[in-house]
Write a protein that binds this ligand. Structure first.
Ligand code: CMP
Length: 148
């Protein structure tokens, strides 16, 4: 085995954040959703249920603050309890996003979380970080000063 091949065998674990949105919590599918990631092989490194304050939600979604749907997004994510989880494993950011599926749940492929559990856009069951930078910012907004 060459050096390049050998290095591909070493799978550096990457972290990502998922947040089961208020619609997912209200519908009682938190266990089902987190279970899919566990069965895939991701480790749950942190897990917390909380209800975001409006300022916390604005910080969490700050990347979207210029978007026309920002107000709706902030109102919805702070409308009830959510469950955040830090998942760790190989290529976690991209792999988890594939498992989550397309933003528009009605277009999301069957077998993905949004494809199997909803028809909404704002209420699309789950959020997942789209980059390492987003993971860092969103985790800080979600967990704040809590230790984990
Ligand atoms: P999420 O992955 O949490 O990231 C931003 C969210 O904005 C997205 O899921 C949707 O729930 C929400 N959203 C609301 N309206 C729109 C829109 N028109 N286009 C994209 N995202 C939208």
């Amino acid at each position: 085995m060459g050096k390049a091949e050998a290095s591909q065998e070493v799978s550096a674990a990457e972290d990502t954040l998922v947040v089961v949105k208020p619609d997912g919590v209200r519908r009682g599918i938190v266990g089902e959703i987190i279970g899919r990631f566990e069965k895939k092989g991701f480790a749950v490194k942190r897990l917390q249920m909380l209800t975001m304050s409006r300022p916390q939600a604005e910080e969490f979604y700050s990347v979207h603050k210029e978007k026309p749907f920002f107000g709706e997004l902030v109102s919805f994510i702070s409308s009830g309890p959510v469950v955040g989880a830090v998942l760790s494993g190989r290529d976690a950011i991209a792999t988890v996003r594939r498992m989550v599926g397309a933003t528009k749940s009605w277009e999301a492929a069957a077998g993905t979380i949004r494809g199997d559990f909803g028809l909404g856009l704002t209420d699309n069951c789950i959020h997942a970080s789209d980059s390492a930078e987003s993971f860092t910012k969103e985790s800080a907004a979600f967990f704040g000063q809590t230790r984990g």
